[in-house]
Design a protein around this ligand. Structure first.
Ligand SMILES: Nc1ncnc2c1ncn2[C@@H]1O[C@H](COP(=O)(O)OP(=O)(O)OP(=O)(O)O)[C@@H](O)[C@H]1O
Ligand SMILES: Nc1nc2c(ncn2[C@@H]2O[C@H](COP(=O)(O)O)[C@@H](O)[C@H]2O)c(=O)[nH]1
Length: 217
């Protein structure tokens, strides 16, 4: 049977790795959740972490919460795409499914820090779309961490102490968005995702489609 003629609706596209990074409390998890609700074509890359679970978090949905020994086993088994130590705990991206998913056209959303972004960019630059979220001010960042009411004062102080060091990595990102108003920030981030999907290099089915157009069929 002859292969079906491609149409613009059925064009194959390679998936992308959409990364959101920011200092703790700037709002990347909030924006990530909005994006996942609004767009069924992107799914969250659920990281493994050794940090304790927070109230309201669900194991397997927000993170895979694992022991130090389990994390060691995963590192030794080469199960991570990238991993890093952040705020005294280890966090890593399990690589199962991601490479195969990208080939199939699945987009993945990553809520990871600058160390993980560097590692993914070094491995698969063409698939990575790195976005950095900035807070409108350090005062507002502190207010948000306190208002989130999920970390002790000591943990919040530690995260604030690291905020400027995190912000110093802003220039390693292709896109930078200030999260002042959540809705405005979400719209900008969604626009970046939509534009990146249209890049010629990602639309791998274009060659056959254009070939058909050129044949005048
Ligand atoms: N634009 C905004 N205006 C006011 N509050 C916000 C805004 N964006 C996020 N928040 C709130 O700030 C707090 C921190 O947001 P969030 O948990 O999304 O940050 P984060 O960058 O993912 O932090 P972490 O790296 O610690 O996970 C949350 O309580 C969230 O509801
Ligand atoms: N390099 C990686 N960083 C990660 C990963 N998962 C989360 N993170 C980053 O850790 C901090 C703290 O997160 P929190 O949930 O404890 O507040 C934050 O910057 C995340 O983006 C990962 O798999 N790799």
């Amino acid at each position: 049977m002859p292969a079906p003629v491609p149409t613009h609706d059925t064009l194959h596209r390679r998936g992308l790795m959409f990364i959101l990074s920011s200092p703790s409390g700037a709002g990347k998890t909030t924006i990530a959740r909005r994006l996942l609700e609004a767009d069924s074509d992107i799914c969250l890359s659920v990281s493994a972490t050794t940090r304790p679970i927070r109230p309201g978090e669900v194991d397997g949905t927000d993170y895979h919460f694992v022991s130090d020994a389990e994390f060691d086993r995963m590192v030794e088994g080469d199960e991570f795409y990238e991993w890093a130590r952040v705020f005294g705990h280890r966090y890593g991206t399990p690589k199962a499914h991601i490479r195969a998913g990208l080939k199939e056209g699945q987009d993945f959303l990553f809520d990871i820090d600058w160390q993980g972004t560097q590692q993914l960019s070094q491995k698969d630059k063409a698939d990575v779309v790195p976005v950095f979220i900035l807070p409108p001010s350090l005062e507002e960042l502190h207010r948000r961490l306190v208002a989130r009411a999920q970390d002790s004062e000591e943990v919040i102080d530690g995260r604030m102490a690291r905020a400027q060091a995190e912000i110093s990595h802003w220039d390693g990102y292709d896109y930078v968005v200030v999260n002042d108003d959540v809705e405005e920030c979400f719209i900008k981030v969604r626009e970046i995702l939509h534009a990146e999907r249209m890049k010629r290099k990602r639309q791998t089915g274009l060659i056959d489609f254009v070939r058909e157009l050129m044949r005048g069929a």
